[in-house]
Design a protein around this ligand. Structure first.
Ligand code: HEM
Length: 491
């Protein structure tokens, strides 16, 4: 009996020792961790109260105090904010693979069925493919020019933002699905659905960050709206894919859906695709492309109209190369150095995704001596990096296309001081697609027309013309209303 008591006492002591040892080890490991600097935070909401309607600006302000690698909490979710080229290099190059996931939010789950990564998107948006759709761009830019010509001959203003959005939407629709789904085609429901999806993907589902408050999303109808829009859009895409199947080989031209169906049939390069994959790839292309390319031209035009000396320089270059033709071709645009500098400068000051697209860390990692845990969401504040005076000089906030003339910066994210399309394995797959469209659209707008806007009655031109929307993609808050007048006849 005594022996039994002795054995059980020894066992209990041993177990207690093992338990305490592991507990002790755990606490020392946690206390040995060196997390990045963090601003103070509130118990339930974390740092959410420190964000403003323009998170890239709020993050920038905080980073001036807490440094280029800063840890915030959205509710209980850790969020890393990167605000210098040096740290961006470590995240997107040194540890690229660990930082390559995209966060799975509720919206991605419901609307995009969890989301998927596809190499095919890269293939569809590659250089050769982009070239083969030159005629589509020409047709749609000319359609926009016709409207501008009408406004010009009656001295009327135009909503240039709207025309640009319509043009780029039409280009993407035709290339992806073989036809337009625009207001003029009486298929505006497609545009509305797309807009709703973008709004919902950019919405802030409280439950994703503070699970105990998930009921708020239900009360404000967010969950229901996501389910509805997802169902309607899936039905639309399914109908559109079926139309392509029914038309089969009869069609003369081929679009992305035809190509994906062919890959599905022939299992090209071992790709196995189902209908769900095809729908998601097409949706991905719309979500990535609908507002970004138009926004870049919209900001470039805003900046040029506000800097007449740059506008004049650009018009001289374009008209010189295009020999006063009505349409400036993509071949002519190739040689226009100032045009390329203007576009880089517009993307530097107003990257359409100022914080890129969020990523999520898949494994624990050490960056610049700080420990960051798996699951942390990561924002790269490209907007702040693009305005860093250490790289860009004391005039970093100014629009000066000339600064790019002596530089060899490209859009591939090799130099982390300039990353409007991101970098590394998550680099935007549509750089060629976007830049080709932006260059040829901008060249044609300034080749054919002189532009002016009305001064604001209250003299608040800066606040008005440079005001930004909120959200992950940042466009002009107010549409660009401008007066075109013929530039070719005045030469
Ligand atoms: C000026 C125009 C554009 C800009 C500035 C831009 C920028 C970006 C950025 C910053 C990312 C995330 C990169 C990263 O995480 O490192 C991205 C991803 C993406 N972009 Fe673009 N983009 C533009 C145009 C387009 C267009 C026209 C399309 C489609 C036709 C497109 C499709 C995509 C897709 C599908 C992704 C997701 C890639 C992934 O998650 O791996 N983008 N883009």
């Amino acid at each position: 009996m005594e022996l039994m008591i002795l054995i059980s006492l020894s066992l209990t002591t041993l177990l207690a020792f093992i338990f305490l040892k592991s507990l002790f080890k755990r606490t020392t490991t946690i206390s040995e961790l060196n997390p990045p600097p963090s601003p103070w935070r509130l118990p339930v909401i974390g740092n959410l109260h420190q964000l403003s309607l323009h998170p890239h600006r709020a993050f920038h302000r905080l980073s001036l105090r807490y440094g280029p690698l800063m840890l915030l909490y959205f509710g209980r979710v850790p969020v890393l904010v990167v605000s210098s080229a040096d740290v961006a290099h470590d995240v997107m190059k040194t540890h690229d693979l660990k930082f390559a996931n995209r966060p799975k939010t509720k919206a991605v789950d419901i609307i995009m069925n969890g989301g998927r990564d596809s190499l095919l998107t890269v293939h569809l948006l590659g250089k050769q493919m982009v070239k083969s759709f030159e005629n589509v761009r020409k047709e749609e830019i000319n359609a926009m020019m016709e409207k501008l010509e009408k406004a010009s001959s009656s001295s009327l203003s135009v909503n240039l933002s709207d025309l640009l959005l319509n043009m780029s939407n039409n280009v993407i629709c035709k290339i992806a699905m073989g036809r337009k789904y625009s207001r003029e085609e009486n298929t505006s429901d497609f545009e509305n659905q797309l807009r709703k999806i973008m709004e919902l993907l950019g919405a802030f589902p409280v439950g994703d960050y503070i699970p105990s408050l998930a009921w708020i999303d239900k009360v404000r109808g967010l969950d229901r709206k996501m389910e509805e829009v997802s169902k309607t859009f899936v039905e639309f895409l399914e109908r559109m894919v079926q139309e392509h199947v029914d038309e089969g080989e009869k069609k003369e031209t081929s679009d992305f859906v035809d190509m994906l169906l062919r890959i599905q049939r022939e299992k090209t390069n071992g790709f196995e695709l189902d209908r769900g994959d095809i729908r998601l790839i097409i949706l991905d292309i719309f979500l990535g492309g609908t507002t970004t390319a138009f926004t870049a031209v919209d900001w470039a035009m805003t900046l040029l109209i506000r800097h007449p000396e740059s506008m004049k320089k650009l018009q001289d270059e374009v008209q010189n190369y295009s020999r006063q033709n009505l349409y400036v071709s993509e071949e002519e645009v190739e040689n226009m150095k100032y045009l390329k500098a203007v576009i880089k400068e517009a993307l530097r000051l107003h990257p359409p995704g100022p914080m890129l697209v969020p990523r999520q860390l898949s494994q624990d990692v050490k960056v610049k001596g700080y420990d960051i845990s798996a699951g942390t969401i990561v924002f790269i504040n490209a907007w702040a990096i693009h305005r860093d005076i250490e790289k860009w000089g004391s005039d970093a906030e100014a629009f000066k296309p000339e600064r790019h003339l002596g530089m060899h910066l490209d859009f591939q994210g090799q130099d982390f001081n300039f990353i409007p399309f991101g970098s590394g394995r998550r680099l935007c797959p549509a750089i060629n697609f976007a830049v080709t469209l932006i260059e040829v659209a901008l060249a044609n707008l300034v080749n054919r027309f002189n532009w002016r806007v009305e001064s604001r009655p209250l003299g608040d031109d800066d606040q008005y013309y440079l005001a930004e929307t909120t959200g992950i993609e940042v466009c002009r808050k107010f549409p660009l209303i401008a007066y075109p007048s013929s530039a070719l006849s005045t030469m």
